[in-house]
Design a protein around this ligand. Structure first.
Ligand code: BT5
Length: 268
């Protein structure tokens, strides 16, 4: 990744105006959290490799060297803590717009699997991890980690992910300039983020997550604290919550952070 190339392609006011590129780090989210209190809003931590990349709930994120985008955006929004998880949908929408811009054919096969997974066709190609620090009911900072498998080949994935994970390269046969995708994510994220802060609504981000949803209309299994429930996904609600019809017929909603989700009528 090249700072000057990313900077040349970035057209934002503050997202990605300051970029810190590491060759090697444990996790860009961990580094962002360590530094967040003295970093300006919009600063992005990038690393070529992560030695301890993380997913949600302590899961591992495979982050081999030189082929993926492993980055974290530091934000200082004036938001109430319960609204912060919605930033995951803003980031997912920004990833969609960036991918669609770089390669419309890739955009056509990109699906957002609520709440935080990026799929290409039926395999996972990326994920988002949003974390925050709150004190006295105030959000001090938020870090939004974005991982995208750009130019990984089958051998770059650990064995247990082969067949489940994919990359931009594996789906299209093309390799992509990670600098361009990174800059386009910044360009897409900033207006979506400002829309969310200014209106308090997900707006465009919600429309994008709906239109490219991997789960709307599908049967899913929701797991929460050891129990599992089968449901049909009807829609995404205004706060980005999942609106579902339980197998018994009741319509209800779930917010991200509460549940994990498997699509049961498909191989997701
Ligand atoms: C996620 O978690 O999908 C969020 C991933 C966020 C990664 C970024 S990279 C930059 C920043 N720094 C970090 O340390 N993290 C963020 P979750 O929904 O919990 O999914 C984790 C699961 O995805 C794992 O348990 C594996 O099954 C699978 N997985 C791990 N690495 C993968 C990869 N490279 N590609 C596809 N699937 C993967």
């Amino acid at each position: 990744m090249k700072q000057e190339v990313i900077a040349r392609l970035t057209r934002t006011e503050f997202i990605g105006k300051k970029i810190i590129i590491h060759q090697n780090i444990d996790s860009t989210n961990c580094e962002a959290k360590r530094q967040a209190s003295h970093l300006e809003e919009g600063t992005v931590i990038i690393s070529e490799v992560q030695t301890a990349g993380r997913g949600r709930l302590g899961r591992e994120w495979a982050s081999p060297a030189g082929k993926g985008i492993w980055q974290t955006i530091v934000l200082k929004p004036n938001l109430s803590p319960p609204k912060v998880p919605q930033l995951t949908l803003v980031a997912a929408a920004a990833v969609y717009l960036a991918v669609e811009k770089v390669d419309p054919n890739l955009g056509k096969i990109l699906k957002i699997k609520w709440p935080n997974d990026i799929y290409l066709r039926e395999k996972k190609a990326g994920g988002i991890l949003t974390e925050m620090q709150v004190s006295a009911d105030q959000v001090r900072w938020v870090v939004v980690g974005i991982g995208l498998n750009v130019n990984l080949t089958e051998n770059d994935f650990p064995e247990d992910l082969r067949g489940k994970a994919t990359s931009f390269l594996l789906e299209t046969g093309r390799s992509y300039d990670r600098n361009i995708i990174t800059a386009e994510i910044f360009n897409a994220f900033e207006p979506l983020y400002l829309e969310f802060l200014e209106t308090g609504e997900l707006g465009t981000s919600l429309e994008i997550c709906r239109q490219h949803s991997a789960v709307i209309g599908r049967k899913v299994i929701l797991s929460h604290g050891g129990s599992e429930k089968e449901a049909q996904v009807l829609d995404l609600g205004p706060q980005g919550e999942l609106i579902i019809r339980l197998i018994e017929g009741d319509i209800t909603s779930v917010v991200s952070g509460e549940v994990s989700l498997k699509v049961s009528d498909h191989t997701y």
